[in-house]
Design a protein around this ligand. Sequence first.
Ligand code: DGY
Length: 320
Amino acid sequence: MKVFINKNIPEAGIKLLQDKGISFTINPTENLLSREEFIKICQEHDALLNVGTNKLDEDFFQRCPNLKGIALFSVGFDSVNIPSANSRKIPVGNTPDVLSRATSDVAFLLMQSVARKSFFNHKRILGNDWGSFDPLANLGQELYGKTLGVFGLGRIGIEMAKKCKAAFGMKIIYHNRSHNEAAEKELDAKYVDFETLLAKSDVLSVHSNYSEENNELFNKNAFAKMKSSAIFINTARGKFQNENDLYDALTNNIIWGAGLDVTNPEPMKSDNPLLSLANCCALPHIGSATYEARNGMAVCAAQNVIAVIEGKKMPFCVNE
Ligand code: DGY
């Protein structure tokens, strides 16, 4: 049984595979492979440890009939056509929990960065525009006692809510497919419908799994229902937002600001008009980019691969 790893991962995961005597190949190039190169190599392997968001769609599964399992190096599994995997009984694993703190840290960082216009103010220094003290200029907003609306109160959303509650005494409302009673108790969080989430949130932070049915859910209509003082944060998937509508909302005072760790599309180009705005902060999808989280992800992914090779149930399986 041979494993293909399409981009190098932290040593913690590699070592686990080596300790088990598993035979694997790591993509030798610095970059992700083209789709054709990638499929060609996957055809010769039994398991894939997949880094990145390359589409594992029906065409991919049809053309790689030897694959017996896929371990993603991510918690999100929107890159995989799960029905295609299911119909072939191919387990798909992800990396839950280990990146929840790191990703919610970035949501929290963006929330404060937007509230205090920190990216814009940093640019002022770079542009020799510090100027003299002006009591009326560059004012931000404080978050004490405000309402955090969480779209998707799963592991990452809960971590974000805990931080907002502890740091600013924020009230928590959330919208999910179902109630999260444990979190409601722990965080005194209140379940609301989507319209109420839009209307009542001072900060609306997206933490849900992405699926097609939620494509560009945060669009003109949604922004129009939010408070003009609201901050929109997305650290989940860029496809949740329509960026032309977001630009309009930010430039016409429909909402107050936005913080994005994920963009639509990715990567965001340097001439993206959102980057010119004082009320928008963007980062290049670094939610899980800490030593701790990435090591944890490497271990989870390696454990999932080992399970495939040993013919056992994956410890972190999204489709079994
Ligand atoms: C994840 O784990 O899903 C992160 O977004 C990295 O892709």
